[in-house]
Design a protein around this ligand. Structure first.
Ligand code: CDP
Ligand code: CDP
Length: 222
């Protein structure tokens, strides 16, 4: 491929966005930006500072002050919040259960969208999230919308947690995912939505290799 592309990957929780986006970025030698991790890091900061999550002005202040950056350590993506590595801390149940409340605040999104666009100006980039193809990078060269049934997405997340030694209740996890998707789909600003010009891939019965190959071949066609 001669031109360095911008690739936007959106979809609900557990659709395989970050797994697939990371590998696509590696194969194309592009950078990978996990925008969900940025919303998670802000949520962690708000929880650590005991901010009332219904207080929009305080959340926006946090979004303006937080210093979020990415780095790679032994080929592993790390996220830094105010110079601290918070890669593990942003994946807790507490953050899962509060992140959509922080992410629905328009002023918070404005700050993060600005930062995400800046990160994408350097080079070939694969960015995943909920509003990448619609809001953050509306002129992306390739737009993918990944989906899978909620049962399959819960099974994947359940297995991911189990592999990390964390045992959770399947039904509760499914409820958490449904609730978060609902909040993400129904918010007023930057909702989870397929861009009109995105290619939708239902991954319910697909292996991640098939999904990766499909995205790479779409990139090669562009
Ligand atoms: O990994 P998972 O799909 O569960 O979530 P994530 O991509 O880490 O995103 C966590 C949360 O951040 C989502 O549920 C959204 O509330 C928010 N988010 C967003 O609003 N916009 C984005 N571009 C990315 C994430
Ligand atoms: O980022 P998102 O929440 O969309 O999903 P993820 O964190 O990448 O989790 C997806 C999980 O499902 C990972 O453990 C993948 O190995 C697995 N998986 C996949 O990503 N794609 C498939 N087609 C099948 C399984």
């Amino acid at each position: 491929m001669n031109k360095e592309l911008t690739v936007a990957i959106d979809g609900p929780a557990g659709a395989g966005k970050s797994t697939v986006a990371k590998i696509v970025a590696d194969k194309l030698e592009y950078i990978y930006i996990d925008t969900g991790a940025m919303y998670r890091a802000l949520t962690l900061k708000a929880l650590q500072e005991d901010i009332d999550l219904t207080n929009k002005a305080d959340l926006v202040k946090i979004a303006q002050q937080a210093k979020i950056s990415f780095s790679k350590n032994n080929k592993q993506e790390r996220i830094l919040l105010d110079q601290q590595d918070v890669t593990s801390q942003i994946r807790t149940k507490r953050v899962n259960n509060h992140v959509s409340l922080v992410a629905k605040v328009a002023g918070v999104r404005k700050e993060l969208v600005k930062a995400q666009r800046k990160l994408a100006t350097c080079c070939g980039v694969v960015m995943d999230g909920r509003d990448i193809g619609t809001v953050v990078l509306p002129n992306a060269d390739v737009k993918i919308f990944l989906t899978a049934s909620v049962e399959e997405r819960t099974t994947r997340r359940f297995q991911q947690l189990k592999d990390k030694g964390v045992n959770v209740n399947f039904a509760e996890l499914k409820e958490e995912i449904i609730k978060r998707d609902q909040l993400d789909r129904n918010r007023e600003v930057g909702p989870l939505q397929k861009a009109d010009d995105a290619v939708e891939i239902d991954t319910t019965d697909l292996d991640k290799k098939d999904v990766i190959n499909k995205i790479i071949s779409i990139c090669q066609e562009v």
